[in-house]
Write a protein that binds this ligand. Structure first.
Ligand SMILES: [Zn+2]
Length: 289
């Protein structure tokens, strides 16, 4: 095989390799370069003709599609969903769509402008009562779950604080926009007004409580080192056994540690165990399975 097509093929493979997910990139490129090397040896020996060259170049171009396809295999997709970066990305997307649909959060601006200019306004006190009542319900439902948070690093605390701040800002703002929409389109009859006001209150309480519960449960199921959602749940023990009660064990597939969740005794504490670095090699095949 002449030098120019060979060089072009190598360039194509190296470029395509940047589209491959990082953990698989080195092996993927090594395998393709090895196939290319075998082909050139066969051509040089005369075992296949030079007419195979276009096929080899086509194979290298097809590597781009193969590299992109790797992102869509189920294991890779599942891995992507557990990354912490997905949370701010989806949050930013949700805020951008809401801002677009609400004309830049017009009702929220008007509400806070009203608070600043008329602190004794009729709408401020009921809203503060509703907000406090929702926080109390959220705190009560979270306390029922008895999930432990694992404060091992500043990034873990910062991630939780950022989620809470985003939820406590976005949900009330989203509700104000929704409430303004309902008020703008409600019929003038009294009964539909009461129904619409009641449904708005219920939506506010359920929405804020659910969002805060999600913050807490999502955080309790994340690795305190890399912030990825824990994976590979394994049921241990038996519901009928006193000495070996039912537990669920989750593990960080980067090998940072494991979390034991007591299922049979909801009052018992969850236990985080830091794993030895040698576990990373053991868990590597499970990550891509
Ligand atoms: Zn981890």
């Amino acid at each position: 095989m002449s030098t120019e097509p060979l060089l072009r093929c190598r360039c194509l493979l190296h470029t395509a390799s940047w589209l491959v997910p990082a953990p698989e990139r080195a092996n993927w490129l090594a395998a393709r370069l090895s196939i290319l090397r075998n082909w050139t040896i066969l051509i040089d020996r005369g075992e296949i003709t030079l007419r195979a060259e276009p096929d080899i170049i086509r194979y290298c171009w097809r590597s781009f599609a193969d590299a992109v396809h790797l992102w869509f295999n189920p294991a890779q997709f599942h891995n992507l969903l557990r990354r912490p970066s997905l949370v701010p990305l989806l949050g930013a997307l949700l805020i951008a769509v809401s801002a677009f649909l609400s004309g830049g959060f017009r009702a929220t601006h008007a509400f806070f402008h009203n608070i600043v200019t008329q602190p004794s306004s009729d709408s401020v006190v009921p809203y503060c009562i509703l907000f406090t009542f929702s926080l109390l319900i959220a705190a009560f439902t979270i306390a029922q779950r008895r999930r432990a948070l694992h404060w091992h690093s500043w990034s873990y605390s910062a991630f939780f604080a950022a989620k809470l701040a985003a939820v406590l800002s976005f949900v009330p703002a989203g509700w104000l926009e929704f409430h303004a929409l309902i008020l703008a389109h409600r019929p003038h009859a009294e009964l539909p007004f009461i129904l619409s006001a009641l449904s708005s209150v219920v939506i506010y309480i359920v929405g804020l409580t659910s969002a805060l519960r999600w913050c807490y449960i999502d955080q309790s199921l994340r690795c305190p080192v890399c912030l990825k959602l824990l994976n590979l749940p394994v049921a241990i023990g038996s519901w009928s056994s006193v000495f070996d009660p039912a537990n669920t064990e989750l593990v960080c597939d980067d090998g940072h540690g494991s979390l034991l969740i007591p299922e049979a005794d909801p009052g018992a504490d969850e236990r985080w165990t830091t794993l030895d670095p040698s576990w990373r090699d053991v868990l590597e095949p499970a990550k891509s399975a």
